[in-house]
Write a protein that binds this ligand. Structure first.
Ligand SMILES: Nc1nc2c(ncn2[C@@H]2O[C@H](COP(=O)(O)OP(=O)(O)OP(=O)(O)O)[C@@H](O)[C@H]2O)c(=O)[nH]1
Length: 344
């Protein structure tokens, strides 16, 4: 039985999933062979056919128009088709354009070389129309599948990013949550160690927040936490400063490249902000306005520094600030109660 001269259904999809026309680059030095291939392609419904008679033109067309498929003759004047295929592959890192070699040579070695050079298939000339269309369809299917996979991968990547953001953002305040804090603190410890720069971690806790909640109500308590979140965002002016909700009414601030003196300035700015944008506390033994206490730790991270050790040290400093009367910041490194400076 002989193959029919023309395919039973002689058309491939003329446009892609996104409606863009399917473009084929034909690289063939013999004008008559090229013309017959172009005619076959047009008969098969390919509306955009680019032509090149040598490797240089082929590469220029490939880079300029990014065709969907390349029919590439092996024997070309100058550089051969194997070389052209390699150049094409190198010029599309991460991408993939199907390349079908065309040649009168049909030895196994030629097939092997063609595939090695980056080709995807091999056709022996003269090419039968039915075979050409079948190969085009197969490549077209692969190309569509690959594009769908790339789009899916991108969607997956974006969904993952959104998920990450959701997982690392505190729903009430919009600040980074505990999980995000742990990750960012770990990164800043490594950076501080690498750059030999001081890193400050500050834990802030609202004073007598239980009384606030009990008197003003939980909804008002939530609003208060949101307000504090905004204030903290406001004082975190440097791009790498991070304000996070550590849990409950406790907040953690990561301040990279911030020495002890800078940490003090920061604490002062925060206290000042609470004075200029006061929040009324309905039942605080400290006065009519809401106050916060803070524990500060500052170090140039070394091999022994970990997120846990810094958090523990800041927490101990916070405990000391609370024990000394609240409405103050404390740092063991500075070995002093900072209330005097803050109020100065
Ligand atoms: N409204 C609201 N309250 C919260 C939230 N998370 C924790 N709290 C409340 O924060 C209060 C914390 O109370 P405590 O740990 O006793 O601390 P405090 O009353 O601030 O006392 P000191 O820290 O010692 O000054 C509790 O009443 C919690 O219910 C929240 O998301 N929303």
């Amino acid at each position: 039985m002989t193959s029919p001269a023309t395919p039973p259904s002689s058309s491939i999809n003329a446009s892609g999933d996104d409606g863009t026309p399917f473009t084929v680059l034909v690289v063939e030095d013999q004008a008559s062979v090229r013309a017959s291939l172009v005619a076959e392609l047009r008969r098969a419904g390919v509306r955009q056919v680019l032509e090149a008679a040598n490797g240089d033109t082929a590469l220029a067309e490939f880079r300029l128009h990014r065709p969907d498929l390349v029919l590439l003759d092996i024997r070309l004047p100058g550089q051969d088709g194997y070389w052209v295929a390699q150049q094409m592959r190198e010029s599309e890192p991460g991408g993939w354009t199907p390349i079908i070699f065309l040649s009168g040579l049909d030895s196994d070695l030629d097939v092997w070389r063609g595939i090695e050079a980056g080709g995807d298939d091999y056709l022996v000339k003269p090419v039968k129309p039915i075979v050409l269309v079948a190969k085009l369809r197969a490549m077209r299917r692969l190309l569509d599948m690959r594009r769908r996979m790339v789009a899916l991968t991108e969607e997956l990547h974006q969904a993952n990013q959104r998920l990450n953001e959701m997982v690392e953002v505190d729903a009430l305040t919009g600040l980074v949550n505990r999980r995000g804090l742990d990750r960012l603190l770990y990164g800043e410890i490594l950076a501080g160690r690498r750059e030999n720069l001081p890193l400050t971690l500050m834990l802030c806790d609202i004073d007598h927040f239980k009384r606030y909640n009990d008197t003003a109500g939980h909804v008002q308590g939530d609003a208060c936490l949101r307000h504090i979140g905004l204030l903290l965002k406001e004082v975190c002016m440097r791009p790498r400063d991070v304000a996070s909700r550590y849990g409950g009414e406790e907040f953690a601030l990561i301040l990279p490249n911030t020495p002890r003196s800078g940490a003090m300035t920061f604490a002062r700015a925060l206290t000042q902000l609470l004075k200029t944008s006061p929040i009324a506390h309905p039942d605080s033994p400290l006065g009519s306005q809401l106050t916060i206490s803070g524990g500060i730790t500052t170090c140039i991270p070394d091999e022994s520094t970990s997120a846990e050790s810094m958090l523990m040290r800041a927490d101990e400093a916070l405990y000391a600030a609370k024990a000394q009367g609240r409405n103050r910041f404390f740092s063991f490194e500075m070995q002093m109660d900072t209330i005097e400076q803050l109020q100065g």
